[in-house]
Write a protein that binds this ligand. Structure first.
Ligand SMILES: Cc1ncc(COP(=O)(O)O)c(C=O)c1O
Length: 394
């Protein structure tokens, strides 16, 4: 690779740009994970993550990518042969379903067109028809990173309640936690899955389960084999700040710092900033004459925007041109969206000028790659940002 000057623009929807404060925090000597300094760090960090999840219950931190926390959510609450309900909202919902099947769980997968979120009416209908309560859990991806569609978790919760069904609610917030409003406890979620590399502004390598009392009760009788992922020894050790195995000490330094940054800004201000950048991005996309993949404005994602290419134009070629000319990485279309969609990540440690650099790079890339569009999308975004300077500028 040739030497490049200036910073690379990492505008995929995660991993996101790791702020210097977090990098500096990680860049410290690793300490004894059975000593008092580590115990204090772990206790403070776990308490901080409870505030980020908005829960008072236990939060398990694993040294693993998000996929590990997906698996942990299932093996801790379910037994072989259990039935669960899941929704084909996109690539990641499909991967989570496949993971469940490999564990021996029977997944009822409601088909979808990858442009909409979970339909609460479908939740209510399926659970309402399940008179014997054979379905043990409902699996929802809050923010589908492959499509830029955010499902309404409170409306899914309300649908489960209307059906008077005891199924657990398991929610993946890997690309929404600390970017899009989320409330584990108030929304009645049983297990929330998250990862370090997106809204939490860390490198990849940590993932999380926030756990309700009902999930802990299910855990007592759940029979899927588990060892590394077992909540029991982890929660017990965490009481004193210990881990049952060697934790990712330096990532925990970073997480402690990231939580401090989020709380200095205030979570609500962080969410407002993401909403504002998402709106500015959509204005640019619409001005270009391109189509946002998400169909329902109520489900527009605030952490990324997936953009449909005009027919006959390849999104991967556009991404290649933009990487080569402007040193910016954009998200690829995944599986069945390959080549037809590109994704603009606008989450994590991000500000107005980073967004404008991103949109200028896309607009120049569209011109160079010969993709038909109306010039001035970046200007439309600037007009919006300049006219809405108050909300969410932190
Ligand atoms: C919504 C969602 N779920 C799950 C995953 C899988 O996480 P990981 O790649 O960290 O294992 C991702 C990754 O991007 C994701 O965006």
């Amino acid at each position: 690779m040739p030497v490049r000057s200036g910073r690379h623009f990492l505008q995929i929807p995660g991993p996101t740009n790791v702020p210097d404060r977090v990098l500096r925090a990680i860049d410290r000597a690793t300490i004894d994970h059975r000593g008092p300094d580590f115990f204090a760090l772990a206790k403070e960090t776990i308490a901080g993550m409870k505030r980020v999840f908005r829960t008072t219950g236990p939060v398990a931190i694993f040294g693993a990518s998000g996929t590990g926390a997906w698996e942990a959510a299932l093996v801790n609450t379910l037994s072989p042969g259990d039935r669960v309900l899941a929704f084909e909202t996109g690539h990641f919902a499909t991967l989570w379903k496949q993971l469940a099947e490999r564990l021996g769980i029977a997944v009822e997968f409601v088909p979808g067109d990858w442009r909409r979120g979970v339909d609460p009416a479908a939740v209510e209908a399926r659970l309402g028809a399940d008179k014997s309560h054979a379905l043990k859990a409902v699996m929802v991806v809050h923010n589908e990173t492959s499509t830029g569609v955010t499902s309404g978790v409170p409306v899914v919760r309300a649908a489960i309640d209307r059906a008077k069904h005891p199924a657990l609610l398991l929610v993946d917030t890997i690309s929404s936690l600390a970017s899009i409003d989320y409330r584990h406890e108030a929304w009645g979620v049983d297990v929330t899955v998250a990862g370090s590399q997106k809204g939490l502004m860390l490198p990849p390598g940590l993932s999380f389960n926030a756990i309700s009392a009902k999930a802990l009760a299910a855990h007592k009788t759940a029979k899927l084999p588990r060892s590394y992922w077992d909540w029991d020894p982890l929660i017990a050790a965490n009481e004193t700040g210990a881990f049952p195995y060697t934790p990712a000490t330096n990532l925990l330094y970073g997480l402690h710092e990231a939580i401090a940054m989020l709380e200095e800004q205030g979570l609500d201000a962080v969410f407002a900033r993401h909403d504002r950048h998402a709106e500015a991005t959509r204005r640019a996309v619409k001005h270009w004459g391109l189509e946002v993949l998400a169909l329902d404005p109520r489900e527009y994602s605030s952490s990324l925007t997936a953009v449909l290419m005009p027919k006959g134009h390849d999104a991967d070629e556009l991404r290649r041109v933009i990487l080569e000319r402007f040193d910016m990485s954009l998200g690829a279309g995944l599986s069945k969206l390959k080549g037809t969609v590109f994704r603009i990540g606008h989450l994590g440690d991000f500000n107005d000028l980073m967004l404008m650099g991103t949109l200028a790079g896309v607009e120049m890339g569209l011109a160079i790659a010969g993709v038909p569009h109306q010039r001035g999308g970046a200007q439309a975004a600037m007009d919006y940002l300049a006219g809405n300077a108050k909300a969410g500028t932190t």
